[in-house]
Design a protein around this ligand. Structure first.
Ligand code: AMP
Length: 419
């Protein structure tokens, strides 16, 4: 009988050892930059209650209507998290985090799950890093969130991105705008796509998001929300723009950048890259001043962003940015005979205590094969150990790059190589 062949699920990708160093390098950058901005890490469970995600993201969104992985067990409805804003807000409310005082400045890194049709830059298990500020409606928070997001790309070496910016106002501004939008679209309602016709009554702003060809002529000349912002929302938006100018952060105003749900308020932004092809969004975010209350918490203004890590790596490839150093080991113990193997095994810990990475052959190979293996492992040094060396207490230390050898006692070798 043929043996079964197992594969990972479609759109769920293994990160193999050759790839993991660049993930760690990126994670290190994120941790370091978040620390510089004085943000604290939050880690929430991979699964949440389905009801939270439906409420937090919205019943009518693609994510909830088509893309969540959800199942029941006993009386519980589980969902694999498709994003982390709703879970972070849930944790904030559940643990009364407002009692810690001040605004909560949180960041996260981790896998998300959406049952989308996989393609380049779009997976079913993918990774995001992101940050949220809960408890501030000050434009300073908006600008710090954008600055943190951009800083990570700059550290990586990606700078040819475009920051698109808009304000979706507050509910009052939005009602006025929705009315104007309906008024404008109404005469041509029959010519809009089926989906847009469905959205007309409840959520006309999402029509602006439409990718359908037949909607484009009407979207192009649609009224823009900026003309309907009330004084407060207008002043907030102006302050965000002024601060971005002060920081020298370039942006393009995009009046069609909308988020359809009512708890999204004021600032909305997206970071796109010309290096990504059709899935060109690196990251996105905005204000959600009404979400915490929607999820049962105290009235708490908030803003955040989420960034796709796979897409960041695609941009790196296009720009030929190497995030990780080539793999290597400081020292490889090459052994001849059983006594040497035993000596090596018991002296590896000493090398590691001295701060070196150190390894030896696990396969009882010949000296020639071990030297070859040391090259494959990209060893900086080999220590050659045989019966004579053990008797003398002196070992050949070979610098693999320079092809230079010296004979030294083990302590002297550690003193020379130790960090
Ligand atoms: P969103 O939570 O939809 O605003 O997405 C934020 C970012 O996550 C996007 O800009 C993408 O970079 C990334 N992203 C979203 N969905 C996927 C996916 N299915 N596969 C890979 N990256 C994704």
């Amino acid at each position: 009988m043929p043996k079964p062949k197992y594969t990972s699920h479609v759109g769920m990708v293994d990160i193999l050892p050759d790839e993991s160093p660049k993930w760690r390098a990126l994670e290190t950058i994120i941790h370091e930059e978040a620390a510089k901005f004085n943000f604290e890490e939050i880690r929430t469970p991979i699964m949440e209650q389905t009801e939270l995600i439906v409420r937090g993201i919205g019943q009518l969104t693609d994510i909830v209507s088509k893309e969540i992985f959800a199942f029941e067990k006993g009386d519980s409805h589980y969902v694999l998290r498709p994003e982390l804003t709703a879970p972070v807000v849930r944790a904030f409310v559940e643990h009364h985090m407002e009692q810690r005082g001040g605004s909560q400045k949180l960041y996260y890194i981790g896998p998300m799950f959406r049952a989308e049709r996989p393609q380049k830059g779009r997976q079913r298990q993918f990774h995001q890093f992101g940050a949220e500020v809960l408890g501030s409606d000050d434009p300073v928070a908006d600008v710090e969130i954008i600055a943190l997001m951009i800083r990570v790309y700059e550290r990586v070496g990606i700078s040819n991105f475009e920051l698109k910016l808009n304000s979706v106002g507050d509910p009052e501004s939005r009602e006025a705008y929705k009315e104007a939008l309906r008024e404008y679209l109404k005469p041509n309602l029959g010519k809009l796509s089926e989906l847009s016709q469905k959205r007309f009554e409840k959520n006309p702003m999402r029509i602006l998001d439409s990718k359908e060809d037949e909607d484009q002529p009407f979207i192009k000349d649609a009224p823009v929300i900026n003309d309907y912002l009330n004084e407060e929302s207008k002043a907030h938006f102006q302050q965000v723009k002024d601060y971005l100018d002060d920081l020298g952060i370039n942006y393009t105003l995009d009046p069609h950048l909308v988020r359809g749900l009512d708890y999204y308020t004021r600032t909305a932004f997206e970071l796109t890259s010309p290096d990504l092809g059709s899935q060109d969004a690196l990251a996105g975010g905005g204000r959600y001043d009404l979400l915490v209350e929607e999820i049962g918490g105290p009235s708490t203004p908030a803003i955040g962003f989420a960034a796709g890590m796979e897409r960041l790596f695609i941009a790196c490839e296009e720009l030929e940015i190497e995030l990780a150093k080539e793999k290597s080991v400081d020292v490889y113990f090459v052994t001849l005979g059983d006594a040497a193997r035993k000596w090596a095994l018991t002296h590896l810990p000493k090398a590691r205590e001295a701060g070196l990475s150190a390894t030896m052959d696990y396969m009882s190979r010949s000296m020639k094969a071990q030297m070859k293996d040391a090259n494959r492992e990209n060893a900086h040094y080999t220590i050659i150990i045989g019966d004579n060396e053990l008797a003398e207490g002196k070992f050949t230390l070979r610098n693999m790059k320079e092809s230079e050898e010296i004979s030294l006692g083990f302590e002297d070798i550690l003193a020379k190589l130790g960090v």
